[in-house]
Design a protein around this ligand. Sequence first.
Ligand SMILES: Nc1nc2c(c(=O)[nH]1)N[C@H]1C(S)=C(S)[C@@H](COP(=O)(O)O)O[C@H]1N2
Ligand SMILES: [Mo]
Length: 307
Amino acid sequence: MAYRYRSPLTRTDVTPKEIFMNRRQWMAGAGAVVGTGAALGSGLIGGPAHAQDALEPNSFEDITSYNNYYEFGTSKTDPSNYAHELTTDPWSIEIDGMVDNPGTYSLADLLDGQTIEERIYRFRCVEAWSMVVPWNGFELADLLTRVGVQDGAQYVAFETVYRPDEMPGQRRNILDWPYREGLRLDEAMHPLTLLATGLYGEPMPNQNGAPIRLVVPWKYGFKSIKSIVRISLVADQPETTWNMINAREYGFYSNVNPNVDHPRWSQATERRVGGGLFSSRQPTLMFNGYEDDVASMYEGMDLSEYY
Ligand SMILES: Nc1nc2c(c(=O)[nH]1)N[C@H]1C(S)=C(S)[C@@H](COP(=O)(O)O)O[C@H]1N2
Ligand SMILES: [Mo]
């Protein structure tokens, strides 16, 4: 990769719970980081319009009780109510397709020797709400490099576990199970693209996609597929769940874009989940605030056509 993403918003010197309790210390530290933003030389935190977001992660409570995870039901509280039924250990991921080292890898083996870092990312759902989440994880590029991507691979396809006995939503025809998602290879290799194994310094809560899920911060949340059991390197654009249901409403790319509305609602603004000071609607940022980092991948593409 040309560069490794280094978030200016890490908190490695204090435990997440302490920092959460000690708001004043946290704000002071974050302020100092913003002050050096220009010196870091890139728009990694997205610019002044949302600088406050970046400084203010949503609470653990917000992030773990307001979820979309249709395998457990369609209401925002179904996942936190039912996801404890999912067994996440042991866990393995099948890696197949155009790779040098295909196989079924245990999660333990995949994580062995892998450095886990914290990334505080904005997270924007296509339903026009957003949160700021302190994820723990590693770059998907690390894993893809490790298994060896072969020439000819142009996309990466992902699948969620299919286990209707543990996932009540999968006993109904809500979606065409298993949940599937995909990225273009350059998007998958981008240093912002994470495989997340935790949040707030804790193992990933089941309702957020334990034990390992994707996080692609410049795309609508449904691209960030949960509880992954299969990763395939393929030549052609893979079928993806929401796109198959309604291609007009859910494009393959689904980059956050305030100028391209969902057919049934505007994407120009979003509601910040969590209430309090930041509860009012705020403008949605191009690529969710990550424009400087990702726009070059879409140069020359009409983003209203490739939405
Ligand atoms: N397998 C699976 N992954 C999924 C979903 C889902 O229903 N099933 N929902 C998506 C949607 S629409 C969003 S907004 C995010 C929500 O992630 P969170 O609950 O961690 O906030 O997960 C995405 N990943
Ligand atoms: Mo979403």
